[in-house]
Design a protein around this ligand. Structure first.
Ligand code: ADP
Length: 188
């Protein structure tokens, strides 16, 4: 069972690449952002809790997303592997993931990190706002919060995975096809 992490700041292109990767490599895509948006759309208690935090550009609590990941792993014992998109986003989430995978004899096989500049993040998210209509994409102050949260809480994961030796950085400002080619070279 393979476990790949698609890593990068908001707007780095994780969702776009995830679709291409899971199709080519026959993996199950787990996007914590998509799972949370589903809970919000269904109006579940979890969704109600998450909605406010997401619309403020903050992270939801670690135990919430860890629970969603564990449920999805448990529901899909048949798959060849998983592509995690938007998880882990904190050191605590990464440590918990290591623990969960160790218990099942697995590991994080590769961290595919899409690198882009903060100014590109802004441009891409503003563009996405027009297409997808996400509330957390619509307000520059919220976008800035998400970028700040990324630098403070998520970026430290780069060192975490570099130390483990499974970190691969991919320049994220190339075309969609060029980024995908780089990813294929890493996991193909
Ligand atoms: P983006 O690609 O713009 O980062 P996502 O769809 O991955 O968007 O996430 C949207 C929001 O969902 C995040 O800003 C955060 O509030 C919440 N979220 C997603 N994944 C996590 C996570 N692993 N831990 C905490 N919060 C998360």
């Amino acid at each position: 069972m393979k476990h790949y992490i698609l890593f990068g700041p908001p707007g780095a292109g994780k969702g776009t690449q995830a679709k291409l990767i899971v199709e080519k490599f026959n993996l199950l895509h787990i996007s914590t952002g998509d799972l949370l948006r589903k809970e919000i759309a269904l109006g579940t208690p979890l969704g109600l809790e998450a909605k406010q935090l997401i619309n403020d550009g903050q992270l939801v609590p670690d135990e919430v997303v860890v629970g969603m990941i564990q449920n999805t792993f448990a529901a899909h014992p048949e798959v060849e592997g998983f592509l995690l998109d938007g998880f882990p986003r904190t050191i605590a989430q990464a440590q918990k993931l290591d623990q969960i995978l160790q218990e099942s004899g697995g590991q994080v096989d590769k961290v595919l990190s899409l690198a882009i500049k903060d100014s590109t993040i802004f441009d891409r998210i503003a563009n996405r706002a027009k297409i997808e209509g996400r509330k957390d994409d619509a307000d520059p102050a919220i976008i800035q919060n998400r970028i700040d949260t990324y630098h403070e809480k998520t970026e430290p994961l780069i060192e975490y995975y570099k130390k483990k030796g499974n970190y691969c950085e991919i320049p994220g400002e190339q075309s969609i096809e060029e980024v995908f080619d780089c990813i294929c070279k890493v996991i193909g």
